[in-house]
Design a protein around this ligand. Sequence first.
Ligand code: NA7
Length: 545
Amino acid sequence: PARTEPREVDVVVVGAGFAGMYALHRLRQQGCTVQVFETAEDVGGTWYWNRYPGARCDFPSMDYSYSFDPDLEQEWEWTEKYPTQPEILRYAQHVADRFDLRRDIRFRTTVNATVWNEDRARWSVRTDQGDEVSARFVVHASGPLSTWKTPEVPGLESFRGAWYHTARWPHEGVDFSGRRVGVIGTGSSAIQAIPIIAQQAADLTVFQRTPNFAIPAHNHPFAAGFQDGVKARYRELREQARVSMFGIAVPVPERSALEVDPEERRRVYDRAWNDPDNGLGDVYAAFTDVLVDQAANDTAAEYVRDRIREIVEDPDTAETLCPKDYPILTKRLCVATDYYETYNRDDVHLVDLRRSPLVEITPAGVRTTEREYHLDDLVLATGFDALTGALTSIDIRGRGGQRLKDKWAAGPRSYLGLAVAGFPNTFIIGGPQTPTVLSNVIVSIEQHVEWISDAIRHVAEHDLSTIEAHPGSEDAWVAHTREVAGTTLFPRSNSWYLGSNVEGKAREFMVYLGGVGPYRAKCEEVAAKGYEGFVLGRSPATAGA
Ligand code: NA7
């Protein structure tokens, strides 16, 4: 039989998390035909997959929500300071219903290749379900923390018990009652899950390679009237978030941690630690120099280490839990409920993998250089191939058949994190070289979606065929991203921001640290100057079409 021509759409969007959902809505509103592909069975992205016990957002619910529709933000009712995964997923589902998004989303379908066709100036998009769609534009909304990773030790397949990765948790939940459970990893996910697993399990062993800093969440249901008060000021608060450093309205620091006297410093840190309305911003923006000056940073790090030593009764365990070899805040600061307290339980044990590294997973459990630990269940809270993993796992081939994966072998290269030279009409939401992962992600997502849909409209309205990053602007953006990172303490820690958590991955600091507000201003300036730094093409294929 004759091969049928692939269906043509204006835009293919990869992923139906918060980024893909808003991209679909916005692009459809401006008249584009859009096809979204999503691996999961429903919308929600991160909040669809990460169903481990205790999974919550570490930004407050009233801030971590869409701002694009004033009615949506007024009608939705959040229940508590930090929203749980089920509550955020319900919100995503509500948005999908409200804007009738699902009719343009193909679920249970993974995009595995996008190939640029020079003659037609279109992308051919293929999926694991055999779809082939021809699209003028591809928008990658597959998430900075979606490609999960297991520990780089052999034996996982031999384990006789059940194992779970925090980012692929069974929908029906897991009952750990009466079981001997091991958790590998002590990042944000583990720090949320450990206290809850500890309550259930007969016995919990935590395998820690690098300790993390965590501040108390002080999570609580909203007091009467609180939500209405925020909603009354929403326009002003959202605007403050858009121009802020981290995508959330917090006061801009004016003082150095070293210029105030120790009592005043202590007062500021005590407030960040004890205030029921505290948050990450209180620490990241406590002083002007905590992110850039080692001595200033040490004051914050020592404050948190002192709290750990106060909370954890066994001095040896407390010291093992104290991060000492990297500056505080240069790995994501965690927000915790009873995390350090959990180590005071008799049935919780901490194994320091720095002293006795992990050797293998065995049929019966986990073996370190010291001994074997027998376990019924194993929880892998071992993180993600962050920022680039979801993009390089797709066979993306641009001009001349060049693969994105090859182009990025020595580290990601992009212009504004939005576009890549040699890959016309392709945009990335929340990717590397943007502030996204060090911000209130939804604020960053909205800015990206709005910028990208404006760019797509610009191409359509000016009868252009392509928009593509100029190699020179890409070089300049990569250099600028490095330069800004180099003025901070961030490159001093082996974090997933640097790619150092994945074996063989290039070391390149992947987050733009200029701040959400300044980054937005830069993107807006580029657009206002007629997409300065981009090459706008008019090909025979579209001329007169
Ligand atoms: P993270 O923050 O990447 O944490 C992963 C943890 O797993 C971290 O403690 C790692 O230790 C540990 N890990 C990874 N591989 C191994 C091996 N092979 N052996 C021992 N320990 C290992 O992921 P999360 O899911 O917690 O959080 C990701 C982000 O989601 C978070 O930052 C928030 O922004 C939301 P390491 O530090 O590499 O020594």
